[in-house]
Design a protein around this ligand. Structure first.
Ligand SMILES: CC(C)(COP(=O)(O)OP(=O)(O)OC[C@H]1O[C@@H](n2cnc3c(N)ncnc32)[C@H](O)[C@@H]1OP(=O)(O)O)[C@@H](O)C(=O)NCCC(=O)NCCS
Length: 120
């Protein structure tokens, strides 16, 4: 289930975001979380399963119709179980009238999700 980010999830979100290749530096990570908290065009969601937060997906609205996914991570213990793909599908279902695009970092996984649409 996708849960919208709140300040109380800051540490969990930072832990998950740190798995992104470009979020290894602590200062950058703190800036990224701050921007999700303060910029009305930046939106962050956590994936909750069995009371645990095990994934994260974040996007930025670049124009009225376009949402660019810029962060997606899954806790290493839970990878390869379809959670990443489910988050991509769920976020698109949550905003059905918007067009989703990936950043360069996400592009290959986003394409993989599209290519395997309809399969588990
Ligand atoms: C990328 C990530 C979110 C995938 O999460 P996940 O829950 O393991 O993904 P799923 O189980 O839904 O999908 C796994 C499938 O995606 C493929 N995949 C994983 N990362 C991929 C990538 N960067 N590009 C293309 N395909 C990728 C896997 O090979 C696997 O394929 P299969 O189903 O044919 O075996 C996870 O590996 C992660 O957190 N990585 C670190 C963060 C990161 O680097 N994010 C940016 C890149 S998207």
């Amino acid at each position: 289930m996708l849960i919208r980010y709140k300040k109380i999830f800051e540490k969990i979100a930072m832990g998950l975001l740190s798995f992104m290749p470009e979020e290894k530096d602590l200062k950058k990570l703190q800036q990224t979380v701050k921007q999700y908290e303060t910029d009305e065009n930046w939106h962050l969601f956590l994936w909750k399963a069995n009371e645990d937060f095990i994934g994260l997906i974040g996007f930025v609205q670049t124009d009225e119709n376009t949402l660019v996914i810029q962060h997606i991570t899954v806790n290493p213990s839970h990878r390869g179980q379809g959670i990443g793909k489910t988050m991509v599908q769920s976020i698109q279902e949550m905003f059905p009238d918007k067009q989703f695009k990936p950043t360069e970092t996400i592009a290959s996984f986003f394409q993989h999700c599209k290519n395997t649409e309809g399969s588990a």
